[in-house]
Write a protein that binds this ligand. Structure first.
Ligand code: KG4
Ligand code: ZN
Length: 371
């Protein structure tokens, strides 16, 4: 059957541009949490530069992101990070076609730094301004430096703030299938690292330690939430790990006291906890993914968010895609965690659809996509 799909990017909306070159230059800005990032992407695909300034050292002692510290650090870093991204791309500001910014969801004070910078740049340079949803951008990361994505797709976002499944009909066409009813999976990994005294950010530390552990030593729970549910829950897993490591508490809530902490265990024992936790967390994701896959007909599996850097999850996803003959878009590590290339890449589809913002663009802690 004849189709209107653009041969350059697979997009349905830019069909009028089919014979024009797809080489729009977009500067993306991302400040939703604790990474200050800017990148230039050409034609929604070629990443010309990708600069990320992390703030991990600032938040480490608090074992989590402190919003006020994050927004102050964004303020200090945003101008040099943007300047580096434009310079690394070998461009002058005047060559850009548009400025895109992640304006939701995230920490409001952090988002506002990026949004203000993007507005100022777009206004002073006379360029188009584009607001981008961070969650949707995570599911576009697999298109960077690669062939256009074949839709429809099943989208899995696994990050520090979100754990969601979507039916995706195009770069900007999303239908929510399921999401976490409590903690996000990345949050659970970070809390597991705190319980095991592994430092911050916890996900990579749990991943590394788990590789030396036995994942069958502890039988930690995998939440199901009833037949047919595509929602997730990680708070029971987190609490089960806490009690397994620290023992049953005396008292309740913030006044609870525990019998011990992770320091009484050997490195090998801690590795067994990490591996058992990781097995349960990844099993929870894969079960829901499998269930969603059975309920839909898709050509591609899109995965994004920081936890897609997890080695066990990556292996499970690759095995799943192989067994079910579905194309898997699992971004390289640099595009899994928060970055601005995914913002600039997705933005080209809004530019082509003339879905532009103006100086009234605001930031929001919530995502429309995950609503
Ligand atoms: O997408 P992201 O960079 O930021 C948010 O949008 O939240 O995700 C950050 C999360 C953190 O919770 C971090 O611990 C987790 O991704 N993470 C990992 C790994 N690398 C990062 N979790 C498990 N295994 C990893 N290798
Ligand atoms: Zn993210």
């Amino acid at each position: 059957m004849w189709s209107w799909l653009c041969k350059h990017c697979g997009c349905r909306r830019c069909r009028l541009m089919m014979n024009k070159p797809h080489d729009e230059l977009i500067l993306g800005i991302e400040t939703s949490c604790d990474e200050t990032a800017a990148a230039v992407v050409r034609g929604g695909r070629d990443v010309l530069s990708n600069v990320v300034a992390t703030q991990h050292e600032l938040h480490e002692r608090y074992a989590g992101v402190v919003p006020e510290i994050a927004s102050r650090a964004h303020l200090q870093r945003i101008i040099p990070v943007v300047r580096d991204a434009v310079r690394d791309a070998g461009l002058e500001y005047g060559a850009l076609d548009a400025i895109a910014v992640g304006n939701q969801p995230g920490l409001i004070g952090s988002l506002l730094v990026g949004v203000s910078a993007a507005k100022a740049l777009a206004w002073s340079l006379g360029k188009s301004l584009i607001g981008i949803d961070h969650i949707q951008a995570h599911l576009y990361a697999g298109a960077l430096n690669d062939e256009p994505i074949a839709y429809p797709a099943l989208g899995l976002v696994v990050s520090g703030g979100h754990t969601s499944l979507f039916h995706v009909d195009g770069p900007l066409e999303f239908r929510l299938l399921g999401r976490t009813i409590d903690d996000a999976i990345g949050e659970a990994f970070d809390k597991a690292a705190t319980i095991l005294q592994l430092g911050y950010p916890g996900g990579p530390a749990v991943d590394a330690l788990a590789s030396t552990g036995d994942d069958n030593v502890y039988d930690l729970p995998v939440a199901s939430l009833g037949r047919g549910s595509l929602d997730f829950s990680f708070s029971g897993l987190k609490t089960a790990l806490l009690y397994a490591v620290c023992g049953q508490p005396a008292g309740r809530g913030s006044s609870a006291t525990f019998q011990r902490d992770a320091s009484v265990f050997t490195e090998k024992e801690k590795a067994d906890f990490a591996a058992s936790f990781q097995r349960a967390a990844v099993t929870a994701i894969m079960r829901k993914l499998h269930r969603a896959f059975e309920q839909t007909t898709v050509k591609t599996l899109l995965v994004g968010g920081g936890v897609s850097a997890n080695s066990r999850l990556r292996a499970a996803l690759q095995e799943f895609a192989g067994n079910h003959a579905v194309a898997l878009r699992l971004p390289p590590m640099e595009f899994c965690v928060d970055n601005a290339a995914m913002i600039a890449g997705l933005a080209v589809h809004k530019l082509r659809a003339h879905d532009l913002a103006d100086v009234s663009l605001s930031a929001s802690p919530r995502s429309d996509a995950a609503a």
